[in-house]
Design a protein around this ligand. Structure first.
Ligand SMILES: N[C@@H](CCC(=O)N[C@@H](CS)C(=O)NCC(=O)O)C(=O)O
Length: 203
């Protein structure tokens, strides 16, 4: 039987969150690792916007947003109960991550492209979100409760990137709980699985 096709890019945080949900759900897919600069014609045909991840199901359905892919996978099978949380709380936190925080992250990573301000300004902008997450993690082990949810998985790849921009700064920062939470995900078997290298797909 044909497997769903996942167009992916290993280091893309959106693709990471999608792969983590697919792997957690134990769903087999054909991973097509792409070069962002040389997108396969089939990908652009099924999803002209040209971002990854994109999942094509055997019936032809195309899911072209990472959150839709996560939702689809976990609806099939959610052995760790990642969907057993308040939807509104999940959506709200992810919206801040994908909105303001992602914007600050891009500027913090590439300050040369945004010369209006110096790098520390952009880091401080991102820190509003870090402070919010730190406060949540002081209350419970995961962002929305004592067990992991879709929010943790969706947000983790972006915190990973933020931490990596200046690892020494992050290691010395006040975000003690957030560091522990990040390390937990980085050291997880699931993360190792989704970060394995897939051969690049060239038509
Ligand atoms: N809203 C999309 C965003 C996906 C996205 O922006 N992916 C980036 C890579 S991390 C991409 O494919 N960019 C297109 C490009 O760089 O050509 C989602 O959640 O799936």
């Amino acid at each position: 039987m044909a497997l769903p096709i996942l167009y992916s890019y290993r280091r893309c945080p959106y693709a990471m969150r999608a792969r983590m949900a697919i792997w957690a759900a134990n769903i087999q897919v054909e991973v097509r690792e792409i070069f962002l600069r040389e997108k396969p014609a089939h990908l652009l045909h099924i999803s002209p916007k040209g971002t990854v991840p994109v999942l094509q199901l055997p019936d032809g359905t195309v899911l072209e947003q990472s959150l839709d892919i996560m939702q689809w996978a976990l609806t099939q099978n959610d052995p760790q109960g990642w969907l057993n949380v308040d939807r509104e709380a999940v959506n709200h936190l992810i919206a801040i991550n994908d909105g303001e925080f992602k914007q600050a992250l891009d500027r913090y990573k590439y300050p040369d492209r945004y010369p209006e301000h110096a790098q520390p300004f952009y880091r401080e902008q991102g820190e509003h979100f870090l402070q919010r997450l730190e406060a949540a993690l002081k209350q419970h082990d995961y962002l929305l409760g004592e067990t992991a949810s879709m929010a943790d998985v969706a947000i983790f790849p972006f915190i990973r990137q933020f931490a990596a921009v200046d690892a020494a700064w992050f290691a010395g920062s006040e975000y003690v709980k957030l560091r522990g939470w990040l390390d937990g995900w980085l050291e997880s078997a699931l993360f190792a699985q989704v970060m394995q290298k897939f051969p690049t797909y060239t038509e």
